[in-house]
Design a protein around this ligand. Structure first.
Ligand SMILES: CC(C)(COP(=O)(O)OP(=O)(O)OC[C@H]1O[C@@H](n2cnc3c(N)ncnc32)[C@H](O)[C@@H]1OP(=O)(O)O)[C@@H](O)C(=O)NCCC(=O)NCCS
Length: 443
């Protein structure tokens, strides 16, 4: 049965904070609570800005944050003995959105951001209480996944998050790259940032449901990308471009900025901040445009898929320096719902024994995948032997999340000693997917 995501999101926004985390924090004289009033939101935003090494927010910025953060559930931790008891010493924000899984279905996910703890209060378990609390609350409401993009990679494995969407970061010597890709028949034009802002949400909505790993861009974040708010940083540096196909439809959008090279002006740098392409022609046209920019010696881009086709569209592969980076982390909150939602790479029966150190999900499950890649999940009672021919997989909830979107093979995880299985090749084929996942932005 399809889940009503807006209704679930509305319930999550106002759900009470988690009892267990509230009790744990109260034992240290700290209060965990939802942030509700505008005044509280502003104080919370100031704490978040400080936590992320940003400047103190002015009134205009606070207005902007309030507006673009309207979809979020902000939670704070307060120290009532502090000189300013209204300024939270810990923060987290979350909202229910949806993640595209292999096969094209989308599944509700708890997106988490703004995890900060004041330097005066860090390393006392506040972040743990915040993250675990929000995960438990979401799981109790029936949200099957959680996800986040991270500033530090070593923080979230302990809560069951796995780096399910590795992406690539590129530096391309565009003078050397050359072009072997197609020569699209549409046109490329500069447009205003306002025009980009107008077109991008609908285009991203069309693109994201066909790309495993994508989530919707929160509405207010488009202004941040496009620099279309008065408080936007360096907005004037951002250039917007559209690709229109031969039939007159806009199929692609690009945002990039340029950094001048003061020593050698003709070797300046162009950084692509977002390239949205609905089809192959739009993708080729926008990359061809960027690689052909005058006065540019290096093109940079990040959050591209591990199997990004650009490598095969340039004539000299050594012109591109490509680095793989962990990017989108996923946490499974309901193993059965997660496994049932996706399609699989090959038929087979997996007998999965999943452990979850936080006790949110896990257990023993049989996943039967038919010839069309459809999976059925049933409980595998304790003490029962695995059915004949089944492949056994003993796996932690973190490792299951890493393999869940098909971006990392189970065989690789077994070779790394993180999973134990009776048949790594079979398990890899079943859980594998033909395209690498991607998430084109950070949230
Ligand atoms: C990262 C941050 C939120 C941690 O908050 P905290 O309250 O000190 O964290 P906790 O005390 O709850 O620690 C939780 C666990 O993470 C570990 N940890 C915390 N900060 C860490 C860091 N910077 N690097 C590595 N491990 C860290 C702790 O050792 C602890 O491990 P354990 O539970 O397995 O013993 C805080 O340092 C911070 O605000 N940093 C700046 C903003 C930021 O990077 N936020 C993360 C956004 S993705």
């Amino acid at each position: 049965m399809a889940i009503d995501v807006p209704a679930l999101a509305a319930r999550q926004r106002v759900a009470p904070v988690d009892d267990e985390s509230a009790r744990r924090l109260a034992a240290s004289g700290l209060e965990l609570r939802l942030v509700t009033t505008d005044e509280e939101r502003d104080a919370w935003s100031q704490s978040v800005a400080r936590g992320f090494l940003d400047t103190e927010r002015n009134a205009e910025q606070l207005d902007a944050v309030r507006e673009r953060g309207a979809h979020r559930r902000p939670v704070g931790v307060y120290d009532t003995a502090a000189p300013d008891p209204h300024a939270p010493v810990g923060s987290v924000a979350s909202w229910v959105t949806e993640l595209t899984v292999p096969g094209g279905s989308t599944l509700p996910t708890l997106a988490i951001s703004a995890v900060t703890v004041a330097a005066t209060h860090h390393r006392r378990g506040i972040a743990r209480a915040l993250v675990e609390g929000e995960l438990r609350t979401a799981a109790s409401l029936g949200v099957p996944l959680a996800s986040l993009t991270v500033s530090e990679s070593q923080l979230y494995g302990r809560y069951g998050f796995g780096a399910a969407v590795p992406v690539t970061s590129w530096r391309i010597d565009n003078r050397r790259a050359g072009w072997l890709g197609p020569d699209p028949s549409g046109r490329v034009d500069f447009v205003s940032r306002e025009r980009f802002r107008e077109l991008a949400p609908a285009l991203h909505e069309r693109v994201r449901t066909s790309v495993v790993g994508e989530v919707p861009v929160p509405a207010g974040q488009w202004d941040t990308f496009a620099g279309t708010r008065p408080d936007a940083k360096d907005a004037a540096k951002t250039r917007a471009v559209q690709y229109t196909d031969a039939a007159g439809e806009v199929r692609g959008l690009l945002l990039y900025s340029v950094e001048e090279n003061l020593v050698d002006y003709a070797r300046s740098t162009a950084t692509v901040s977002l390239l949205l392409a609905e089809d192959r022609e739009a993708h080729a046209a926008l990359w061809r445009f960027v690689l052909g920019l005058d006065l540019i010696g290096e093109v940079r881009a990040s959050e591209l898929a591990v199997d990004e086709p650009l490598r095969w569209m340039i004539a000299d592969q050594r012109a591109a320096h490509v680095e793989v980076v962990d990017h989108h982390y996923v946490r499974i909150l309901d193993v059965a719902a997660a496994l049932e939602a996706r399609r699989y790479g090959a038929p087979g029966v997996l007998a999965l024994d999943v452990t979850d150190p936080l006790g949110i999900t896990g257990g023993r499950w049989l996943l039967r995948v038919d010839d069309d890649g459809r999976g059925v999940v049933e409980r595998w009672p304790d003490g029962d032997a695995a059915p004949a021919g089944a492949t056994s997989v003993t796996i932690g909830v973190t490792e299951l999340a890493i393999a869940y979107l098909g971006g990392v093979s189970l065989g690789t995880l077994a070779a790394a000693g993180r999973v134990s299985t009776s048949d790594a090749a079979r398990a890899s084929r079943v859980l594998g997917w033909h395209a690498a996942p991607r998430l084109s932005f950070r949230y």
